[in-house]
Design a protein around this ligand. Structure first.
Ligand code: ADE
Length: 254
């Protein structure tokens, strides 16, 4: 899996992705990430890549030509014969895009190359977006200062689905959403902490009971925290027993 990130802040992207599991995947060659500086394609003395918007209004816009040259350079290096639109997925990070979710991450993990375009200022000249972007992607209904953090989210969520990026132990972690439910709560030693005991079923040694309890907890947690996902799950599994929602424990304020 090769990510090509078009950005005005390449150091920010590379430094954030060089640690932890993704850093290890980059080091061992399972994943490659290059952050390409759009400013290198400015084509003018001052490396200027932004200008005023036609029609007036506050703020500057990233110009079409540097973005397009940067894209062409990446396409050429990927080895495409022609810079044809649609041959490589080009994700434009924008709050106006489709909401990124686990399903999209799974679909993207099948690609060999993904180009991610990070916007800044008031956005990017629409004409180059029309010409090169295949997917407009948002990471949530809020506005960030640029597309770099969203791009890192995509790289992280997609990379962990690429074979051999996670070790066996790691891949069993965070399986929320895999079956459309949030993951059940987990406990480690000691058996009692701050007066709270580990649920007895987990130390019963009865694997079937443990599995049933975990599934119930997943359902309850999804019902409490993500009713939208819960409704979808219940519609898709109409015959399944749904446990009663427990009364919420009030937190004591001392
Ligand atoms: N750029 C600014 N805000 C964004 C968001 N919510 N998602 C993706 N890109 C963005």
């Amino acid at each position: 899996m090769n990510f090509h990130i078009m950005t005005l802040f390449p150091e920010m992207v590379m430094s954030a992705l060089s640690g932890s599991i993704i850093g290890r995947a980059i080091e061992n060659g399972t994943v490659s990430v290059e952050a390409v500086n759009i400013r290198d394609f400015a084509g003018n003395k001052h490396n200027k890549v932004d200008d005023y918007t036609y029609g007036g209004g506050a703020g500057m816009l990233m110009q079409a030509e540097p973005v397009y040259r940067c894209y062409e350079d990446i396409i050429r290096r990927i080895g495409e014969k022609k810079a044809e639109t649609g041959t490589v997925r080009v994700l434009y990070m924008t709050p106006q895009g489709a909401l990124f979710d686990q399903k999209m991450a799974e679909e993207l993990s099948e690609e060999e190359n993904i180009i991610i375009l990070c916007g800044h200022y008031e956005g990017i000249d629409e004409r180059v977006l029309e010409e090169i972007v295949t997917d407009n992607v948002s990471v949530g209904d809020y506005v960030l200062t640029g597309g770099e953090i969203p791009a890192m989210i995509i790289v992280d969520a997609v990379s962990r689905l690429v074979p051999d990026v996670l070790s066996n132990d790691e891949s069993s972690l965070y399986e929320s959403f895999g079956d459309g439910l949030l993951e059940y709560p987990q406990y480690s030693r000691p058996e009692e902490w701050h007066g709270q005991k580990v649920p007895p079923v987990l130390i019963s040694g009865d694997h079937e009971k443990v599995a049933r309890w975990r599934h119930e907890q997943s359902l309850l947690r999804t019902m409490e925290r993500r009713f939208d996902l819960f409704k979808k799950y219940v519609t898709e599994h109409p015959d399944e027993f749904v446990p009663k929602k427990p009364r919420r424990k009030k937190k004591k304020i001392e």
